[in-house]
Design a protein around this ligand. Structure first.
Ligand code: HEM
Length: 407
């Protein structure tokens, strides 16, 4: 008979925001599977190996967000719970497998060439918009608009609307039940999406909206609510994560100019460096959860049917048993790609290759075109809670003015 390991842990609280590395290191060492009473109670999972085990066993650890209460009551992948179902992320096989197949063609190596080309064009355009002034904001002028505009194009939302998405994404670090959570903005975006879905139903183009509006599973049209949930998860998952990684990388690189030339010239080194940035600065800091479908045991702890587990990807990335000296950034770390920033198992991020490419494209363009950039650290502002993303609200910066590439 084992005692239930219990901790005082809240991923949305101020202590976690300030001391997450220490908190998680202590839990990895003393109680890697531990119960907290926060947010109606859940198990916190901090070891790399356990996170991967849970991700690979969706029959025991389900993602389902059963909003209508008709499939067993799963509470989805976020704690507190999402107010609507992100259908792809919050479904289990075989439904998940079928849904994922619908979006997969947008992420093949061939398709990615097109999005990477677009990202290169957009980063040049964004830099052009500030380069003559000698100042700007890394977040507002570069790291958010580039991935936001690529994602909107891929999904099929007019690119001019990226500012709305940025406003919504900057506040999305809050838990969905927080009074300042951008619920209204998100609802507005969702409403606009409805209009686009109707339009593409009659006039399909080459975007994800069109594909989903004409998709069939087992001979039946994809339910509209499912399509909408998939679109929302692409829209809200596809760029704040990418933006956060690029912002943290550029923040770190400002202090390490000795790395710049190699990152500009050496593709392989840039790729490895992006892996290491993702390991060291994983954007999804508040973890994602799973719902226990039958009684089971993990490291001697008894998990009951109906319990929730929270997978701390950032803790896995700092697990000493997997990564040597995890608190050091080593841009040439041999196993950095094993990081859990994109999760693992059947739900591993579908946009991972695109996300990594976009981060690399932004780093290279900034180092090349604004080589002496200086961040105004006094005015730079990080998000106050780590509950969702390890990201920045503002990062004003200056540099020697240069020439636009296009008039
Ligand atoms: C650095 C950038 C990114 C990071 C760190 C990231 C992280 C994640 C994580 C942690 C998950 C959940 C995985 C799990 O449950 O095991 C996920 C899922 C997903 N991501 Fe990303 N993501 C990034 C960029 C993108 C981009 C650019 C797109 C598309 C435009 C995208 C689309 C998706 C989709 C569709 C899923 C759901 C996959 C599924 O449930 O099968 N992500 N991502």
């Amino acid at each position: 008979m084992t005692n239930k390991a219990t901790v005082d842990f809240d991923q949305h609280g101020p202590e976690y925001a300030q001391n997450w590395q220490e908190q998680l290191a202590e839990m990895r060492a003393k109680c890697p599977v531990a119960w907290t009473d926060a947010h109606e109670g859940f198990w916190v999972i901090t070891k790399y190996e356990d996170i991967v085990h849970i991700e690979r066993n969706p029959d025991i650890f389900s993602c389902d967000n059963d909003i209508e209460g008709v499939r067993g009551g799963g509470r989805g992948i976020r704690i507190p719970r999402n107010p609507f179902r992100f259908s792809l992320n919050e479904s289990d096989p075989p439904e998940h497998t079928a849904l994922r197949k619908l979006e997969a063609p947008y992420f093949t190596m061939d398709a990615l060439q097109k999005w990477m080309e677009l990202a290169r064009e957009l980063v040049d355009e964004q830099i052009d918009s500030i380069i003559e002034k000698g100042e700007g904001d890394l977040i507002h002028d570069i790291t958010i608009p580039v991935p936001a505009r690529v994602t909107l194009r891929l999904v099929g939302v007019p690119q001019e609307q990226w500012q709305d998405f940025m406003a919504s994404s900057l506040n999305a670090y809050l838990p969905p039940n927080h009074p300042d959570y951008p619920l209204e903005q998100r609802m507005r975006i969702a409403e606009r999406l409805e209009g686009l879905m109707d339009e593409r139903k009659s006039n399909p183009t080459d975007d994800v909206i069109s594909t989903l509006m004409h998709a069939q599973i087992n001979g039946e049209s994809l339910p509209r609510a499912t399509a909408k949930g998939m679109l929302l998860s692409l829209l809200f998952g596809g760029f704040d994560t990418t933006a956060a990684t690029a912002a943290n990388a550029l923040h770190w690189l400002e202090k390490h100019p000795e790395m710049h030339q190699r990152l500009i010239e050496d593709d392989k080194f840039l790729e490895k460096a992006v892996d290491e940035f993702l390991r060291y600065f994983p954007p999804v800091m508040g973890g994602l959860s799973r719902n226990v479908t039958r009684d089971t045991e993990l490291r001697g702890q008894k998990l009951k049917k109906g319990d929730r587990v929270l997978l701390m990807f950032n803790s896995g990335n700092y697990d000493e048993e997997r990564f040597e000296c995890p608190a050091d950034i080593r841009l040439d770390r041999a196993n950095a790609r094993q990081n859990l920033a994109f999760g693992a198992g059947p739900h591993r991020c579908l946009g991972s290759v695109l996300g990594m490419a976009e981060v690399g494209i932004m780093i290279r363009a900034v180092l090349k075109r604004l080589p002496d950039y200086r961040i105004d650290h006094e005015r730079a502002r990080k998000v106050p809670s780590m509950g969702l993303a390890n990201s920045w609200l503002a990062m004003p910066f200056s540099f020697t003015p240069g020439k636009r590439l296009k008039p």
